[in-house]
Design a protein around this ligand. Sequence first.
Ligand code: ADP
Ligand code: MG
Ligand code: ZN
Length: 480
Amino acid sequence: MSYEAVIGLEIHSELKTKTKIFCGCATAFGAEQNTHVCPVCLGLPGVLPVVNKRVVEFAIKAGLALNCHINKFSKFDRKNYYYPDLPKNFQTSQYDLPIAEHGYVDIEVGGETKRIRITRIHMEEDAGKLVHSGNTIKDSDSSDVDYNRTGVPLIEIVSEPDMHTPEEARAYMEKVKSILEYIDVSNCRMEEGNLRADVNVSLRQKGTEKLGTKTEMKNLNSFKMVEAALAYEIERQEDVLEDGGKIVQETRTWDDAKGKTLSMRSKEEAQDYRYMPEPDLVPIIITDEEIEKYRAGLPELPDALQKRLMEEWQLSAYDAGFITSSRAMADYFAAVMAAEKLSPKLVVNWLMGDLSKQLNAENITLAESPVDAKRLAKMLALLEKGTISSKIGKQLFAEMWKNPAEPMDIVKEKGWIQITDTKEIEQIIDAVIAANPKPVADYQAGNKKSIGFLVGQVMKMSKGKANPALANKLLAQKLE
Ligand code: ADP
Ligand code: MG
Ligand code: ZN
């Protein structure tokens, strides 16, 4: 039988306010355990929460940037459950009247644009963190509980089940992340858990409408994990159905080391949470004027910037999409283009190629790159002027990664200036011809392809410094 996967994401994003959602404690990441706590976020008896205005502002901005309708009347509710990381025994969240609803984002996958609808966005508080003595809860003798994260503001962005492949889910999450970065409401540092997704997936027979039973994998905090967990889970469900079995509605964990999902617990229903209106907080009333003020204050968003880059620099949708995939990359590109007069396509190729490769290899961000936009621009200018060959360009970039000197100083010091002097290249060619009688004879016997090998030898003998086009031309002249 052939199945179609149906996928919906619940993305949690921590908001980058200085203080928590209902008290004045700091939200800063990485502090010593239980140092950013107070009676309010510890849920001691008799305390009263006060809503952080910034949280509401950031949630509205996120709602507008994600094309949502902002609810002018919205309220908080209590979601009741017990867990050691939740000192109040309820999470203050929003239930039936969330701050924003009915939005969408457009994603591009395989050259096609697809619209993914957003059901709702609500505000809530984060829970604390259990720190296990072992690797997992199962192999730990004890666990500490750290309440620093308790009460850190979150928005939860719930999508409609509009995605059908792991790739689409990834593209959706990347798009949401980049939008939240552009509007500057979240740090989106996934490795710190700023942005994480609960991933829901079910299968149905191709061509049918009715949704199948879904499973959910919680707290995936990298794009790779989202894709891998979905790919695994889709296959697992397929196997169960093929064998005539039934999918059990449950929460499963993704074990990244083992590369598989494991059953965790059966899924609770909304009624299990005994939602009730939060009696300690007044409803949130937002005026049209406020909404319009926030709308007017939104920066240019990735889709609009992508279009502008395509027009301004004649970039393909793919290239412009790469540049706008993160605000950091867009800013870096803009800084390179402002520093020197360069071909935009050349710049894109280097950002996509060597620069991204190095950043990934060392697992660092653009902001931490030892080669900043200005230096890269100077290096690319040397390439475009022909001061260095493209082969040397690669060596120069690798050297700049370790060496903070100016590109031209490195080139001079290393003697990397491209040889464009005809005489000098001809001398090298003579030596290559003398040393390679067989390929020379092949060429003269009609096998024109062997010139490639000979040009390679010229480049090698010149340590990459000969101008390849010139070497090719001169070599052909000599051989004829
Ligand atoms: P729950 O009550 O289990 O949290 P929701 O209806 O709130 O379920 O949906 C949670 C997420 O799961 C949403 O992103 C939604 O699009 C997605 N979802 C709901 N039903 C399905 C399904 N049958 N298959 C895949 N995803 C689903
Ligand atoms: Mg839900
Ligand atoms: Zn506090």
